[in-house]
Structure formats: C-alpha cells, structure tokens
Ligand binder design. Structure first.
Ligand code: HEM
Length: 542
C-alpha cells in the first residue's frame, strides 16, 4: 500500500504541476471534472495492481515473495546491480521456498526466480520452448550478433541448433586440441617474457607481477579465431588486428557499455542514443565494423580454399564445404561464436587462477598432478592432451571454479504462452530469472559449504575419479553451461580450451595475489570478470 500511495502522490503532483503550467486551465469545467476522474482511475488502477491482484487474485499469490522492491521498478534493479547477483543470492538464501520465489517487475507485475532442480529442469528442459529470451534482450543482442544461435527462437533456433551441433561434437573438439594446446603454450611463453623483463638477466626462476586478465582475453580470442576460422588474430603478441581490436573493446568490463546495453534492454532503442549518444554510436560503429571484417574474412577464406583445395580443421572451412549457409548466415554464426566463446573462457581462467592463488595447497597438488602426467614438449602433445581429460584434480578445479564464478552469470526468459512451473500457472509475459551464479551457490542445492572453494567435491572419494555432480543431488544444481535446448553448444570446446590453458599455466608458474588483501570487484556486461583485472605475483615453478 505504501508503494501505491507513494506512486499515486508522485503522479498526481506531476499531473497537476503539468496542468498548472497551462495557466488558468485548472479553473475550467473540464479540469474540474477531469482531475477527480483521473485521480480516482489512477487510484483504482494502483489499488488493483499493487494490492488486490497480487494478494487475492494472482495464481502466484501463495508463493513466497522476495522482500523489498522499489516503487515502480520492483526488484528489476537486481538485474543491473553492481557487483551483480548480490540481492538475488540474498533472496535465495533467506526466503524459504520450494523452487520458486516471486519478485516484482515493473509496475508490480510478477516475475519468478527458479531455485531448485525441478523448477530449473522445467524451465530449461521440459518446457524450454514455452520460455524465450525477452524481445528487448534479443533485439539488443541482435544489434551485436545478427541472427545467430543466441538470438533466434522457435523453429529457426531448432533448425540452427540441429545443423550447428555437429561442429561442436566430441570428435571435432578433439581435432581442435592442437590449436588449444599450441595457444596455451604461447600464452605461458608471453607471461614468461613479462617475468623476464622484470627480473635480473641471470635469474633462473624469473618472477614478477602480471595482470593475467587482459592476456587471458587475448589468448582466448586468438584461440577461438584459429579454431573457428583458421585466422590468427595474434593479439597475444600485438594489438593491430582490426577484428581483434573490436572484440577487445566490446568485451572489456566497461560501465558505459553496460549502461548502454541496460538502457537498450529497458527502453526503446532511441533512449540510449539520446542519453548516452557517444557511447551508443561507438557501439553501433564497432558492431558494423565487426560485421564488415567478418564478411571480408569469409570471402578471403572461400577464395583461399578454392585456390589451394586444402582441408583444415577449423569450423568455418567445414561450414563453407557443407554449402548449407549463405555468407550472411555464416557471418552471423561467426559473430555469435566469437562473442559467446572468447570472453567466457577468459573469465573462467581468470577466476580459476584467483582461487589457486588463494589456495596454495591445492595449487601445489594440482601442479604435481599435471607435471606427473603432462609434458610441455610439443613433440608429446597428443599424450598431453588425452591425459588432461582424465586428471581428477585438474578437472575438479575447473568445475569448482566454474561453479563459483560461472562466466555467464544470469539469463532471463519470458513465458511466450500461458504455461506452468511446478504446477503454478504462469501467464504469458511473465519473466523468469535464471541466475546461474545464485543456483551454483545455493545452500539448498550445495549444502553449507556452497560458497567455499572445495575442488574435492568433484572427486569420488572411493575411486579417486571425477564425478559429474560435484556431490550435489542433481545435475541441475550446476547451471554454468545451462541445460536443455538452449544450453551452451560450445561446452566441450570451452572445457578443452580451459583445461589446456590452466594445465600449461600451472605447470609453469607458481602464483599468489599481488595484493593478498584484494577482494576482486566482480563486474560484467554479459560475462563476469574482475573490474580491476587479476594481478598475480608469479614465479617460474622450480
Ligand atoms: C567457460 C566458457 C563458457 C561458458 C561458461 C558458457 C556458458 C553458456 C551459457 C550459460 C549459455 C546459455 C545462455 C542462455 O541460456 O541464454 C551458453 C549458450 C551458448 N554458448 Fe556458451 N559458454 C562458454 C563457452 C562457449 C564457447 C567456447 C562457445 C563457442 C565456441 C559458446 C557458444 C555458445 C552459443 C552459440 C550459445 C547459444 C546456444 C543456444 O541458444 O542454442 N560458448 N553458453
């Protein structure tokens, strides 16, 4: 009621100030008749939407409701919070629930956050096509990625998924392992050269402080460029690849980009161009540039393939050979894969080394495991790659770090038809929050140690081998790559790349936080990374 009254008072005073601006308008019979009618209608509207519908009529009225919420925008602020996810996590921890918590959306409409295995499974798997990305979110992504897999819905999405799945299968990822391993070794070499610059010339075990966050992004961009197109952006060594530069700009944590994208999601497209014209134009220019550069790269690639007649393992060659795609479609897919697949893996790496820097004991055991099984000698790359997949601690660290800091921290869906979750009727238009970060840290799903870094939970104590659930009672407790029809198509790709990167890095370096007291400030446009980078004190491991 307090909200309704507050909003009503604000509106009434706004209307009356507006009308008074027309001078003696308030003296006219029209005003005398109109203003009480307007006030009464507005009051009834608010009374119904803020008091009657949610508490006495809504089919969701018996669900627990998150505390707080602001007038007009309800809990929507939590979507854009910096650092992200704080309030969603608080709701899930403090509001007793059986899989659904009700939140307030704009103007006191209802939205839901899903919190247990059953509700997650229903929204993402069994009823996945009842819940689509919201039109505003899709149009914002469309602006950047075109008509790729992340943006499409319904039959077009089903079709795209079917024809793209084969490029990310087990065999295809195996073929790309040499790319992942080669780039992982270059990454360690670049860091080594940075340590050598900071150490005396004759130092056997060079050491120094390096911000690994931008380097991880360069490395992931170079890797995805090679794996997708066979084109080496080579951003690890220099910064003059035009497409590489565009992606660096778009993916670096930046509050202005976040602000423009948030405005795009909340309001009509023109609002951002009026409120933040410079940044909005810059984003448009970069999007157009990335599209043009992708198109050029595609033409060049087609011409080279025709001239040489050679087969290469990259995904673009296979797409071109299949003759199933127009140039426009291939450009959309390339933009989507590069965007979805580079900053995510870079973020995963950065959070993993953060945990290892904070847990020297685990770091040491991991190095011992890697060194006992993986040789950095390029001549032994095949054995290195196949043994990495089975190393229990390496895979446990990877899983545990992805659990605590899932690079894609939150997704949203909107019911596109009247449907239900856990038997509760969900009306068309209702928003559903799928917060991967919160699901992965929920004490209900992971127990009292949910927020602790314990890689061992991913190792079966009896067999010493990796397990699939991390000790949680359901696979749905881990939302890092999502589930069902819209789960991450690049999961196998990402894991293989991340595994290679981490193995080569931990093999070579010992690490601790440059500032042991630093608590990284999490920020992200679409993926979460530490705002101020990840400065590590590194030393070549003896
Ligand atoms: C650690 C790395 C990665 C993480 C944590 C991750 C996570 C995710 C998540 C959570 C989704 C679902 C998003 C949603 O429901 O809206 C997703 C979708 C997707 N991911 Fe990944 N991803 C990673 C790496 C990759 C890579 C390497 C690629 C490609 C090479 C990729 C391509 C995609 C695509 C195309 C989709 C959309 C799938 C669809 O809607 O059908 N991702 N990813």
């Amino acid at each position: 009621m307090a909200h309704a009254t507050l909003v009503l008072l604000t509106l009434s005073s706004g209307i009356s100030t507006g009308l008074k601006a027309f001078g003696h308008f308030e003296e006219t019979p029209f005003f005398k008749l109109f203003s009480p009618v307007l006030a009464a209608t507005t009051f009834v509207w608010f009374l119904y939407n803020y008091q009657i519908y949610p508490h006495f009529v809504s089919p969701l009225r018996h669900l627990p409701t998150a505390p707080g919420g602001l007038p007009v925008i309800g809990h929507v602020y939590a979507r854009f919070q910096t650092p992200p996810c704080r309030d969603y996590l608080r709701f899930v921890k403090t509001v007793p629930n059986d899989g659904l918590i009700r939140l307030w959306n704009f103007w006191n409409t209802e939205s839901l956050i899903i919190t247990n295995a059953k509700s997650i499974c229903e929204v993402l798997v069994t009823k996945s096509y009842d819940f689509e990305k919201a039109p505003k979110a899709r149009s914002t992504l469309h602006r950047i990625l075109g008509e790729g897999l992340i943006v499409t819905e319904g039959d077009l999405h089903k079709y795209q998924r079917k024809i793209l799945n084969p490029y990310f299968g087990f065999r295809q990822v195996k073929d790309l392992y040499p790319v992942f391993w080669g780039k992982a070794l270059s990454f360690s070499e670049v860091i080594l050269s940075k340590l050598q610059e900071q150490s005396p010339a004759n130092e056997k075990l060079p050491s120094g402080v390096v911000d690994v966050s931008p380097l991880a992004s360069f490395m992931a961009l170079d890797t995805i460029g090679m794996a997708l197109t066979g084109h080496d952006f080579n951003t690890l060594h220099h910064n003059d690849d035009p497409l590489g530069r565009v992606y660096q700009y778009m993916s670096t944590p930046n509050t202005m980009i976040k602000a423009v994208l948030s405005l795009n999601i909340l309001f009509p497209r023109w609002v951002a161009s009026v409120v933040l014209p410079v940044e909005d134009r810059r984003i448009s220019d970069r999007c157009a540039e990335s599209r043009r550069l992708c198109f050029e790269m595609l033409r060049e690639k087609r011409a080279n393939m025709k001239a040489s007649g050679e087969e290469s393992p990259d995904i673009l060659s296979k797409m071109i050979n299949s003759n199933m795609y127009t140039d426009d479609e291939m450009t959309d897919h390339l933009l989507t894969f590069v965007a979805a697949g580079h900053e995510t893996t870079a973020a995963a790496f950065v959070w993993a080394v953060y945990h290892l820097a904070k847990h020297p004991g685990i770091q040491k055991r991991l190095r011992d495991e890697i060194r006992a099984n993986v040789s950095l000698d390029p001549a032994h790359q095949n054995e290195a790659m196949s043994s990495m997949e089975h190393l229990p601690l390496l895979n446990a660290v990877l899983n545990e770090s992805l659990r605590l800091y899932p690079p894609v921290h939150q997704n949203f869906r909107m019911a596109v038809r009247d449907t239900s979750i856990l038997g509760y009727p969900v009306l068309k238009g209702t928003y559903v929050v799928i917060n991967n970060y919160v699901i992965n840290r929920s004490p209900d799903l992971w127990g009292p140690t949910a927020e602790e870094f314990i890689p061992e939970r991913w190792i079966d104590p009896e067999t010493g081998k990796a397990n699939k659930t991390g000790g949680a009672s359901s696979v749905y407790a881990n939302a890092t790559f999502s589930h069902g029809a819209r789960s991450c198509i690049g999961q196998g790709f990402a894991r293989a790349e991340f595994r290679s990167m981490l193995a080569a890095f931990v093999h070579t370096f010992e690490m601790e936080m440059a500032d042991p007291d630093e608590v990284p400030f999490m920020l992200g446009n679409i993926t979460i990374k530490p705002l101020n980078g990840m400065k590590l004190r590194l030393r070549v491991a003896a």
